[in-house]
Design a binder for this molecule. Structure first.
Ligand SMILES: Nc1ncnc2c1ncn2[C@@H]1O[C@H](COP(=O)(O)OP(=O)(O)OP(=O)(O)O)[C@@H](O)[C@H]1O
Length: 277
């Protein structure tokens, strides 16, 4: 096993887009995380890791204004969060598509533009052009007229990225967008998100169980576990010492062929990914 140097952050940005101060989320007497102080800058790529039930999706719901903090404050571009804000694009956790849905790929993307309006989307020329541009940006034109139920997981995920980008958001929230994709499509989808970050300085908050496909893109990691957290660069957070102190028990982070493998994290599988076969 050879130690591979981890990627250092590519930017240090004072232009903060998301500011959390003394933030806590608790349900009843169960505290998911507390004392969270963090500032995320424009164009920053943050991975949110942690075992099942540690509060990763809830963290995104707080940013989306769908869940109130139980203590502390959150500002999105210096304002309190607001449900339905066009500042935020959201790729929700994968949901199965109803086999009988009449929606086609391009309809899904159009919902990102006019989904807030009641009734079926109205297809004016400007909207059609915007949808075409979004489809083009994610390489989904070829299958955009097919019913959703006939699309593969990778194709659907491209469309979901396009839908989330429809409002040209300053912040892109991704909830396990790589789940159930093969390695090739994990790379494709991660690169689509990263490309947007590079070209538009979009801040990315990326919930994942598997950091390896995005390791080279990640500036900082928010690791949630046991009602606590660690926040810092991958080199700071993804170490045996840091994760052992977070979990309160011995956890080993090993570097294997350029991949990170977390061994022994209680109550879950390896957040750094399984060792490659
Ligand atoms: N509105 C709510 N009321 C009470 N408990 C909640 C509520 N929302 C979430 N929880 C609980 O909070 C915990 C964290 O949920 P969350 O979905 O944020 O976890 P997660 O880290 O995203 O998990 P996973 O990796 O399984 O997706 C879970 O135990 C969940 O049941």
């Amino acid at each position: 096993m050879t130690a591979t140097p981890l990627i250092t952050p590519r930017r240090s940005n004072t232009d903060n887009v998301i500011s959390l101060s003394g933030a806590e989320l608790a349900f009843g007497d169960r505290i998911l995380w507390q004392g969270l102080d963090l500032e995320l800058g424009r164009g920053e790529f943050v991975a949110v890791l942690g075992p099942n039930g540690s509060g990763k999706t809830s963290f995104l719901r707080v940013l989306l204004g769908q869940q109130h903090l139980s203590a502390g404050t959150l500002l999105i571009q210096e304002r309190p969060p607001r449900r339905g804000s066009a500042l935020l694009g959201y790729i929700p956790q994968h949901r199965a598509v109803a086999p009988q849905t009449p929606l086609r790929g391009r309809d899904l993307v159009r919902l990102g533009l006019d989904g807030h309006r009641w009734g079926l989307p109205v297809g004016d020329r400007r909207t059609r052009r915007q949808v075409d541009e979004l489809l083009e940006a994610v390489g989904a034109k070829a299958f955009s007229d097919r019913p959703l139920a006939l699309l593969s997981g990778g194709e659907l995920q491209r469309l979901r990225v396009a839908q989330a980008l429809a409002t040209d958001p300053a912040i892109l929230l991704c909830d396990e967008p790589l789940l159930s994709l093969d390695l090739h499509h994990q790379k494709v989808v991660a690169e689509l998100v990263n490309q947007r970050r590079r070209t538009h300085d979009t801040t990315v908050v990326f919930v994942t169980h598997e950091i390896n496909p995005i390791l080279e893109m990640v500036d900082r990691v928010l690791y949630l576990a046991e009602g606590r957290f660690r926040f810092g660069t991958p080199a700071e957070v993804m170490t045996s010492a840091s994760l052992s102190s977070l979990y309160g028990s011995p956890v080993e982070v090993v570097h294997l062929n350029g991949r990170l493998v977390v061994v022994g994290a209680p109550g879950s599988h390896d957040h750094g990914g399984e060792p490659s076969a």
